[in-house]
Design a binder for this molecule. Structure first.
Ligand code: ATP
Length: 907
């Protein structure tokens, strides 16, 4: 097949909804599924199926935004006034600082944007297509006009599609038409002039499948789609903003205003009452303003978040909404699906019961090597053959037998049934061709079965059905015996066999059939409600993920309760839960049990029970609400379209990246790329680390501002000479402190992070301990600054020398304080603490070089009013730094002997 000719090229004006599916394929020169060559040519011709992204904010806009900063205004005003006063050197230094500050902000914001862009890339949508060599899951960008697309519930249509086959398809088109009710879709052509909302034979890119399944031909991609023509652009709104950051931003803004007002008052009071010259007083007030405003704080906190987002992504947890990074650290309950999240979702049928006899199945993985053996050896009864036939026909999966190891495209459980069929009888490989599928009732987690209608070449018609055993038993009136004959169904013994299998931890699925008249060409749920013939059950082994066992134990240590909420059988769920090491596995509640209790009772039950089985998505929503009512901060996983409400309601909604629907991803605040429970635990760990690092950033930067500004206020009030000048404060804040503080964003996780209880949801970043630390350290810095200044003056009587002493002592104290702040709650004088990380060491070297320039290079001496220091001076500064570290170490040890943040693990 080739790319379409220019005659069939005009995808724009063609009324696809009005053409028959056959004509559509003709126009697109796509008689059947496309081959690789045709796809390549079309991709070249039409371009990738993407909408251009809304232009990222360009570098100039980003630069411009840096200038819209309160502190920059203060600095620019100061530069202007110093220039008017003729203090040229001050003007130049202040302007240089403006440039440095702007550049640092610019680079930091760029880094944050990069982190977000990387995530967007990871969540690129996918599509399921039929190509000439079978079914594939591909990146939606690779779709081309003429492709055969498959749609299922929860999919967001990746392109405009003319439908060819539909089964109960309903689509939410609100994004295009504003109509919030889902609309029914059908194959029949619509009149040429039909409005967009009436084109029932089409599914448009960007709209969401709410129920049903469909197959169709892609007719328009990328910007040619309806949505492409309307909006033309994809917009991402997420920015690195979280409630806590906003709280800090607000705090910084109010603080700045307060400081400006105070500065103006001090200036006015000073002009009237003190004898200081106006320009000297002005510079002192500028110094005070710069000293007090925590200018570096928002940037450091933003970068901490960006790094957290990146770290989580490397642990396969992709953050979709930024506030979740903070919430993760406070999670106290994790509710997880079972299949694929706690278990591997690599299914193998290991046992089956047909005609009342149990058979064991050997073999591992999806390799068809293995055998089925029963009570009478290898000889298989007709009942087994019929069960295997049902399993392979009522099935949407495809085995990739050429691959080694063999892989499954589609549902792993269905893949295992294809393998079972090959183990029972190799001939079953080609049975799909003999029994053509005519219609189907797709699987739905609410009714837990799937049925397909087949016709053979001889005019026979048969419905095959598979589903949850109790559901299937309730629909059957007869059961197949060993020899293939039928007798009335006695559900009791079957129920016992099913319970036994489930108690072994096997996932149990039942099979049935219903002969129908040869003319039957459509199938509806009502057709299979009763009168079916029961064929038997199969037991699937789906082993727990070993890493999930460890992650659950870690969560328990961290005071987090783990609950399993599954659609599976109660006994299977209980057996798997105890293998996984969940707590209360003795008591399993089913969806039916939950329906019996009211919301108030559920609050208690939800708190004490850990395993919930045979639940439907509505139960998940009720459970989230009940756990939240019991003051839990709840993380909940989900994959289906119906899970969206629970995912939205949960404090942390987690969607599955592999088997999850687009609807679930969009409702979730986080997506797991590998569907693995261990990744949730890793994300919680990272969430706690980010929160720790935010606290450290605050606890580091605020005392520097505090120490400096209190020094200046004390000097002004007492009429003393300023121990540090305004320009020197600018230097410390904008250069040395920023370099040091930046390292805190990269701090690795503390060893005990998963040994502490979850943080209280309402805990503020500026809570008791941080405030206490800020006060204590501010005072230490104040003392250090004055001591160094006094010592310098006493020794040499030179103001420049004394001020250089004060600056270098302040920076030395910052450096040692950095080491103390890296371990807020545990002792920092340990080998691990002293050695630091490569980033800390790098920052240290950078600061030593910067301070050396400041101290010994004549140009800097002239610009900043500094003077070279001698060895004694250096020794003084270093001693002050060490003293700060030792004092804080003592404080930490005293504090930790009084209070213990460790908890008993969850009982
Ligand atoms: P979890 O919610 O932990 O992922 P689950 O995969 O068992 O568990 P569902 O997908 O809701 O949950 O399935 C519920 C039940 O429906 C299964 O236990 C099984 O009995 C039945 N079932 C699942 N998939 C199919 C299918 N493709 N065809 C027929 N029945 C199915």
């Amino acid at each position: 097949m080739t790319a379409p000719t220019s005659e069939t090229d005009a995808v724009h004006g063609v009324p696809w909804h009005n053409l028959s599916p056959g004509d559509v394929r003709g126009r697109l020169d796509a008689g059947g599924p496309l081959d690789a060559d045709a796809v390549r040519q079309r991709l070249q011709h039409y371009g990738p199926n993407q909408l251009p992204e809304a232009a990222r904010r360009g570098p100039m806009a980003r630069l411009g935004r840096q200038l819209k900063n309160f502190l920059i205004y203060v600095l620019l005003s100061a530069a202007l006034i110093t220039a008017l006063l003729g203090h040229w050197m001050d003007t130049v230094v202040i302007l240089a600082v403006v440039v440095v500050q702007t550049l640092v902000g610019f680079l930091q914001e760029g880094k944050a944007e990069q982190a977000l862009a990387a995530i967007r890339h990871m969540l690129a949508p996918q599509a399921v297509v039929l190509r000439s060599d079978g079914r594939h899951t591909i990146a939606a960008a690779e779709l081309v006009p003429g492709d055969t697309l498959l749609l299922e519930p929860g999919d967001r249509a990746p392109a405009d599609v003319r439908l060819e086959r539909v089964h109960g398809l309903q689509v939410d088109e609100a994004i295009l038409t504003g109509e919030s009710m889902a609309v029914d879709k059908a194959v029949a052509s619509e009149p040429e002039g039909a409005a967009l909302g009436d084109q029932r034979s089409m599914v448009f890119a960007g709209t969401m499948v709410t129920t049903g399944t469909a197959q169709g031909v892609v007719v328009r991609t990328g910007q040619a789609t309806e949505i492409g023509r309307i909006s033309g652009l994809l917009r991402y709104t997420d920015t690195l903003k979280t409630p806590l950051l906003e709280q800090i931003d607000r705090f910084a803004r109010y603080l700045s205003i307060l400081i400006i007002v105070a500065a103006v008052m001090i200036f006015l009071a000073g002009t009237w009452f003190s004898g200081m010259a106006t320009d000297e007083l002005f510079m002192a007030v500028v110094g005070l303003t710069v000293a007090a405003i925590p200018e570096g704080l928002p940037a450091i906190l933003t970068i901490t978040l960006a790094i957290g987002v990146r770290r989580m992504a490397t642990r396969k947890a992709v953050v979709r909404r930024m506030p979740v990074i903070e919430t993760l650290g406070a999670v106290s309950v994790i509710c997880s699906d079972k299949t694929g999240t706690l278990t591997r979702n690599e299914m193998t049928v290991t046992a089956l019961v047909a005609g009342g006899e149990r058979f064991e199945v050997t073999g591992t993985g999806y390799s068809p090597d293995g055998a089925v053996s029963g009570p009478t050896g290898q000889k298989l009864s007709p009942a087994v053959g019929e069960l295997a036939l049902a399993g392979t026909l009522c099935n949407d999966a495809h085995l990739k037998l050429q691959q080694d190891p063999v892989r499954v495209e589609g549902d792993p459980m269905e893949g295992a049934l294809k393998v079972l069929a090959l183990k029972v009888d190799n001939e079953l490989a080609g049975v799909d061709g003999q029994w053509r599928r005519v219609d189907e009732v797709p699987f739905d987690a609410d009714y837990r079965f799937m049925a397909t209608l087949h016709h053979d070449h001889h005019g026979h018609a048969m419905v095959y059905l598979k589903g949850a055993p109790e559901q299937v038993l309730a629909m059957c009136s007869d059961a197949m015996t060993t020899d293939g004959s039928l007798q009335p169904l006695d559900a009791g013994p079957w129920q016992k066999k099913i319970d036994d299998m489930a108690a072994e931890g096997l996932r149990v699925l039942a099979f049935a059939r219903l002969p129908v008249s040869s003319g039957t060409s459509s199938l509806a749920i009502e057709d299979v409600r009763q009168g079916l013939q029961f064929l038997g059950v199969a037991g699937f082994m789906d082993p727990p993920r070993p890493e999930a066992v460890k992650a659950i134990a870690d969560c328990h240590d961290a005071g987090i309760r783990v609950k399993m909420i599954t659609g599976d059988h109660a006994r299977t769920a209980g057996a798997i839960a105890s293998k996984l090491g969940l707590r209360e596995t003795g008591r399993v509640l089913t969806g039916a049990d939950l329906d019996q209790v009211d919301d108030r009772e559920l609050v208690n039950l939800a708190a004490t029970v850990d395993v919930f089985a045979r639940t439907s998505p509505e139960h998940k929503l009720r459970l989230v609400k009940a756990l939240q009512a019991g003051h839990g901060v709840v993380a909940m996983t989900g994959d289906g379209v119906n899970d969206a409400p629970a995912l939205k309601r949960a404090d942390v909604g987690i969607a599955m990246g592999l088997k999850g629907s687009e609807a679930a991803r969009e409702a979730a605040s986080m997506v797991l790329l590998d569907d693995n429970f261990a990744s949730i635990a890793a994300a919680v760990r990272e969430g706690r680390t980010v929160y720790d690092n935010l606290r450290k950033g605050l606890a580091f930067l605020l005392p520097i501002n505090g120490g400096e500004s209190v020094s200046l206020v004390v000097a002004l009030l007492l009429g003393l000479t300023l121990p540090i000048t305004a320009l020197q404060i600018l230097w410390v804040n904008m250069v040395s402190s920023v370099v040091l503080a930046m390292t805190l964003a990269f701090e690795p996780t503390e060893g005990d992070v998963m040994k502490r209880p979850p943080r209280a949801r309402a805990e503020s970043l500026l809570q008791g301990f941080v405030v206490w630390r800020v006060l204590v350290v501010s005072l230490l810095f104040l003392a250090g600054i004055f001591a160094a200044w006094g010592w310098g003056m006493g020794r040499t009587g030179e103001l420049e020398y004394a001020r250089t002493m004060a600056v270098n002592t302040l920076v030395a104290m910052e450096v040692f304080y950095l080491f103390a702040v890296r371990y807020l709650d545990t002792p920092s004088i340990t080998l691990r603490g002293v050695v630091g990380t490569p980033i800390v060491i790098g920052a240290l070297v950078a600061v030593v070089i910067l301070q050396s320039l400041f101290t010994w290079v004549p140009l800097f001496n002239e610009a900043f009013g500094s003077a070279p220091m001698d060895l004694a001076g250096l020794a003084f500064s270093a001693t002050a730094g060490v003293a700060v570290l030792i004092l804080l170490e003592l404080e930490t040890r005293v504090r930790s002997s009084f209070s213990s943040r460790r908890v008993d693990p969850v009982r």
